[in-house]
Design a protein around this ligand. Structure first.
Ligand code: FAD
Length: 482
């Protein structure tokens, strides 16, 4: 017999799955992701997003039972992986049920004509799955900055890109198929394409088959300085056309070294002191101005080659037409050290000091990248300190990743400045005709600009699929403009 409960949804879930999270701290944690405004919610605002319960299914069968029950009872479900999304895609509405996928950790290696692959539960975090694969000499070669906590399901749902995307592509090139569980409980093994970027609005993925490779060996890299973005882009284009694809090819903007220091994840015991210093510096525009004057206006092209004999990266310089004086291994090593430094506690603590550091991702063709960088910088700079990075190049164009940071004395001023920067960025992209999103998704933050952020045909197809896959709109409703 079902035990009586003051929380009937949690009681039903316990009855079906044997457990359910319903304690206030568990629900509060799952009421938000890494979308900064959720850190600044007042207690009243938080109430609009507190779920009634969080279910943690561990396999297809439990997931299917849950989705059948939800459709029958009109219960709204919000899938959640690691909660590292920065746009509120996993943020629930009050009274809904969060499906926390982190217990779904099946693991099976396989082999097909193209090489090894792994069937991995959707709840594996990148770091844990990578460590497990490394035991067999294998790697996913998918290394997003958030890999310590982001999950396989989250990657597919947001169309994630890792640091070595130049060579291996984004997650869309690496995923072979998925197991998806639909509202009503239907379980389907199918192509991943329909779920790429769908942000959990169609089905909940329980598993994915992902291509694996041999664990990469040592890497050799170079950073090459250029006096302007246009010069750096010219060299990047030559590198793209002339070289066998490097594992990474990026352009680091003049302020990025400073921004690397400001990044939210400071390792080590002095992290909190650095956060305080950053907060102070950002609050005093004069200090920032002084700092800016000391930063040389140069761009750095970073090239990373895997399994390359030490020193071999220098051989590319002649092909790119650059002099060895402008190149250094240290610049590439410094970039390598700044990756994967993220830690969510620091992110939250910095935001609680009314500091913000976020990333705006946009896409443009090669010949418009420099114009996009200037337009976006000019639009966002009145509200925040900006720094630019160009990465994930392909034959058509690249992603501009603009970090923007600021701090204010009061919560309300901080929220105002952050929102103004965010709005200015999107409006600038609209005016410029660039796509205001690349690999970070849409979430709640981008709902007002969804047309500027998605391909119209793709979005129309998603809408059509949603109507047949989830006719009662119980999966992550109101996300993706659905
Ligand atoms: C410091 C930092 C650095 C980052 N760096 C990168 C980077 O280098 N590259 C990059 O691509 N992104 C990056 N991100 C963004 C984020 O990590 C990615 O969007 C990631 O893919 C989200 O994964 P997650 O498991 O945390 O998903 P969540 O945030 O939990 O969820 C994201 C979306 O996926 C849906 N979802 C999750 N699991 C499932 C499932 N099993 N089935 C169906 N839907 C599901 C959710 O409903 C939600 O809509 C970064 C974020 C931070 C905070």
């Amino acid at each position: 017999m079902k035990p009586p409960s003051t929380n009937p949804l949690a009681a039903d879930i316990k009855w079906m799955l044997g457990s359910c999270l319903d304690q206030p701290s568990d629900l509060r944690e799952r009421s938000r992701d890494c979308w900064l405004p959720s850190v600044w919610w007042t207690p009243e605002e938080e109430k609009f997003h507190l779920p009634a319960a969080a279910a943690q299914p561990k396999d297809d069968l439990q997931l299917s039972t849950l989705l059948a029950w939800a459709q029958e009872n009109g219960v709204v479900l919000v899938p959640r992986g690691g909660g590292t999304g920065t746009l509120g895609a996993a943020v629930p509405e009050a009274g809904t049920v969060v499906i926390d996928t982190t217990r779904m950790r099946s693991f099976k290696l396989g082999q097909d004509e193209k090489g090894p692959f792994v069937r991995a539960g959707a709840g594996w975090t990148g770091a844990a799955l990578e460590a497990k694969l490394n035991e067999s000499g294998l790697s996913l070669c998918h290394f997003p900055d958030s890999m310590a906590a982001s999950t396989v399901g989250g990657w597919i749902s947001t169309r994630s890109f890792g640091q070595l995307s130049m060579r291996y592509g984004g997650i869309e090139q690496q995923v072979l198929s998925v197991v998806a569980v639909y509202p009503g409980g239907r379980v389907m093994e199918e192509e991943a394409s329909v779920h790429l970027g769908a942000e959990g609005t169609l089905a909940v993925m329980s598993e994915a088959a992902l291509r694996c490779r041999k664990t990469p060996g040592s890497w050799d890299g170079l950073g090459i300085r250029f006096p302007s973005l246009e010069d750096a882009l010219g060299a990047a284009r030559r590198a793209f056309d002339l070289l066998a694809p490097p594992s990474a090819l990026m352009l680091q903007g003049p302020m990025d070294v400073y921004a690397a220091g400001l990044r939210v994840g400071y390792p080590g015991e002095f992290g909190f002191i650095k956060e305080l210093v950053s907060a102070c510096v950002l609050r005093i525009p004069l200090l920032l101005e002084l700092f800016k004057r000391h930063v040389r206006n140069e761009w750095v092209l970073i090239l990373i080659f895997e399994n390359a004999p030490e020193g071999s990266a220098w051989n590319v310089l002649a092909r790119l037409g650059v002099s060895p004086e402008s190149a250094s291994r240290e610049l590439a090593a410094a970039w390598g050290e700044s990756c994967f430094q993220w830690n969510p506690v620091s992110l939250r603590r910095a935001a609680e000091l009314f500091c913000f550091l976020d990333v705006f991702d946009a896409w443009a063709p090669w010949d418009r990248l420099s114009g996009l960088e200037r337009t976006l910088r000019e639009a966002v700079s009145p509200y925040a300190f900006t720094t630019s990075f160009l990465k994930h190049f392909d034959k058509d164009g690249a992603c501009l990743q603009m970090s923007f940071a600021g701090a204010r004395r009061k919560r309300i001023e901080c929220v105002g400045a952050y929102e103004a920067a965010w709005r200015a960025g999107h409006e600038a992209c609209l005016r410029f005709g660039a796509r205001a999103s690349h690999h970070r998704g849409i979430g709640l933050a981008r709902q007002p600009w969804i047309k500027a952020c998605t391909d119209a045909r793709w979005h129309a197809a998603l809408r059509e699929r949603k109507a047949s896959a989830d006719p009662f709109n119980i999966l992550n409703p109101r996300k993706m403009g659905l």
